[in-house]
Design a protein around this ligand. Structure first.
Ligand SMILES: [Zn+2]
Length: 468
């Protein structure tokens, strides 16, 4: 990042997020330069500090810690915290009991989560956390060579992000100073893809930054209509990426895709490095636990539990992200970072099909299977699986063109999924005009109507797979 941006432009143009940016970036880079042992030592101090703060100032956690007989000074970064997980329902029901009394409400910044539930969740963060989260995101960008001030085309989905003030000041800040060109992507159709294409060729961005499904749709569109410009960096975020989409994007743009991972509640917390062996979770900003939830065709799957080390206004301790992940054979990466390494984000835990024996078939596996079959489909355009019970799946589908082969395609889908699960399911079918995107711009392949499973007992047996 240029000195100009870090020290002058961003802190002056948008103080809210960027005050003290240069100092924060220095802090993060100093942390990254430490030995793995020193990093773990510092992470443990940061973990204990926020746990102690939560115990002292947040009624919700004081009760939890007391009930569990847990003292913050007992926390170790090489084992699971012996505490219940924090769920989205806790955020919804907890209200002010989750806020730290060390802050006045009017000093906290409110944010909302779109998530996968129908009721959006409100939460807060303190201003220092907001600035630290901005800094960590810029550092993750830096890993891929994307520096602030580089010309970037953002194909962003959440409508909330785009209901930005259309004032000239905002546009000047976004487009001229940061050189960020936002483009709405909640709805993807030919007309919008053509608008992206025009902006893309006119602006010739160094960086493309988007949801992975949006990127894949854009790559396919460019494949059909031709492209002149090539970006140097392509970053995909917010959704899982299947292998087919990855290949499509990489062959279209001629550069490897860099995945970022984050959420509204936590901000960006992980990124691939230049070796693309998986996502590194940055230990400066969060403490990650992998909670085993069962086997999938991709190997053992883990639920991702995150303790946010930055947000003192409303601490998130053992927050259940709702995402499940696969780990690699090793936690070592050739880049030398000893940060927790996730080979693959498998998808929302609830966005998979739960089997009677407790295993799950993640949405990504279903998506891959469908993508392989979909090439031959002439009638079925879109599907969505709604799991009603352990034995019952409701299949919603939309058709395109003629409906001649509809029945045979539907039955081949059911047969393929039954085979994946090693058990026949009861299927019900419903034709719909269109599978709608979520307000966030995401499409959900699987919708679970099962009650959320409780934290696995296996958690207490978890041996963390990280370098010693
Ligand atoms: Zn690496």
């Amino acid at each position: 990042m240029s000195f100009f941006h870090t020290h002058l432009l961003l802190p002056l143009a948008e103080r809210e997020r960027h005050a003290g940016l240069a100092r924060r970036m220095r802090d993060i880079r100093r942390f990254e330069a430490l030995s793995p042992a020193a990093q773990r030592e510092q992470q443990q101090q940061r973990l204990q500090r926020i746990l102690q703060h939560a115990y002292n100032t947040v009624p919700f956690y004081r009760h939890r810690f007391d009930d569990a007989g847990f003292r913050p000074s007992d926390a170790r970064v090489d084992r699971p915290l012996p505490l219940p997980v924090l769920k989205r329902d806790d955020l919804r029901d907890g209200g002010n009991m989750l806020l730290s009394s060390a802050f006045k409400l009017q000093d906290l910044r409110r944010a909302g989560s779109s998530g996968t539930t129908s009721t959006p969740v409100q939460f807060y963060r303190d201003i220092e956390a907001l600035r630290d989260k901005t800094a960590i995101q810029l550092q993750l960008n830096h890993w891929s060579g994307f520096e602030t001030g580089d010309r970037v085309l953002l194909m962003w989905g959440a409508h909330r992000d785009l209901s930005m003030e259309p004032s000239w000041r905002w546009r000047f800040y976004e487009e001229t100073l940061l050189r960020r060109i936002p483009a709405p992507s909640g709805m993807i159709n030919e007309e919008i893809l053509e608008r992206f294409r025009e902006r893309y060729e006119a602006l010739r961005p160094k960086v493309l930054f988007a949801y992975s499904t949006v990127l894949a749709a854009f790559a396919a569109y460019l494949g059909k209509h031709g492209m002149k410009h090539r970006p140097s960096i392509v970053i995909a975020t917010a959704e899982v990426m299947n292998d087919e989409n990855r290949r499509l994007i990489e062959s279209t743009f001629g550069v490897p895709v860099t995945m970022h991972y984050g959420s509204r509640e936590l901000g960006m917390i992980a990124s691939e490095c230049s070796l693309h062996q998986g996502l590194h979770f940055h230990p400066w900003s969060s403490y990650v636990e992998f909670d085993p939830i069962g086997n999938t065709p991709d190997g053992p799957a883990y639920r991702l539990l995150i303790t946010d080390l930055l947000n003192y206004g409303q601490p998130f301790i053992r927050y259940d992200t709702g995402d499940c992940v696969a780990l690699g054979p090793s936690q070592q990466c050739g880049c030398g970072r000893s940060f927790p390494l996730v080979r693959k984000i498998l998808g929302r835990v609830c966005e998979g099909i739960v089997l009677a024996d407790g295993g799950i078939i993640p949405g990504i596996t279903l998506g891959t299977q469908l993508a392989q079959m979909g090439h031959t489909f002439r009638s079925i355009a879109q599907v969505q699986f709604v799991q009603k019970s352990l034995e019952h799946i409701h299949l919603r589908y939309a058709v395109k063109g003629n409906e001649m082969s509809k029945q045979s395609e539907l039955s081949s889908i059911c047969t393929a999924i039954d085979a994946l699960m090693n058990q026949p399911m009861n299927w019900s079918l419903e034709q719909v005009a269109d599978i709608p995107r979520e307000r966030s711009g995401k499409i959900r392949l699987c919708v679970s109507e099962l009650p959320t499973p409780e934290s696995s007992f296996a958690n207490s047996l978890l041996t963390p797979e990280r370098p010693q």
